[in-house]
Write a protein that binds this ligand. Sequence first.
Ligand SMILES: Nc1ncnc2c1ncn2[C@@H]1O[C@H](COP(=O)(O)OP(=O)(O)OP(=O)(O)O)[C@@H](O)[C@H]1O
Ligand SMILES: [Mg+2]
Length: 176
Amino acid sequence: MTNRMLPNILVTGTPGVGKSTLCTQLQERTGMEWLEVSRIAKENNCLEEYDEEYKCPVLDEERVLDEMEDKMEEGGKIVDYHGCDFFPERWFDIVFVLRTNNTELYDRLVRRGYSGKKLEDNVQCEIFQTILEEAAQSYQPEIVNMLQNDSMDQLEDNTNRICAWIETWKANRNAG
Ligand SMILES: Nc1ncnc2c1ncn2[C@@H]1O[C@H](COP(=O)(O)OP(=O)(O)OP(=O)(O)O)[C@@H](O)[C@H]1O
Ligand SMILES: [Mg+2]
C-alpha cells in the first residue's frame, strides 16, 4: 500500500490521441497536477541531440526521471507522455492508454502539420498498438486500461471515467 494521499496516473498513447487535451480537463476537474513530460524535459534541458529521421528531440530519460521523482512521491500527479517503459513501475496506481482510430488520427496529425515519414510512423505506431503493448509489458495487467478517444463524446466519457476512478481510490484509501 502506498503512502500517497492521492493516486498517480499515467496517460499514454501515440502522439495525437488526445493525452494533453484529456489531462487539461482532468487537471481542471480534480485539481491534480498535470506533468507533461515533453515540456518538463524541454524546460530542464533533458533533451539530447535532435533525431533527424524522426524529426524530434531525443529524451535524456535518466535526467527527466530525476527531475520528476520528488513530485511523484507527493502523489496526485497525472503524467502525460507518448511512451511508458522507462518510468519506475512503482510511480503509478493506474495507467490509461488512449487510442484513436487510424483515419481520425491521420487527420489530426495532418492538421498539426505532420507529413511524410513522421506522419506515417505515428499512424503506424497506433495501428501496431505499440504503446498499448509497451504498457502491457511495463505494468501489471490489472492497472492498464485502454480508452478509445475518437470523438468529443468519448473524451467526456473518458474524463468522467477517470474522475470516478480517482474518487473510488480516495474512498478506498480513507477506508483502509
Ligand atoms: N476526443 C477527441 N475528439 C476529437 N479531437 C480530439 C480529441 N482529443 C483530442 N483531440 C484533438 O486532437 C489533437 C491532438 O490532441 P492532443 O494534443 O491532446 O494529443 P496528444 O496525445 O497530447 O499529442 P502529443 O503526444 O503529440 O502531445 C488536438 O487538435 C485536439 O484538439
Ligand atoms: Mg500532448
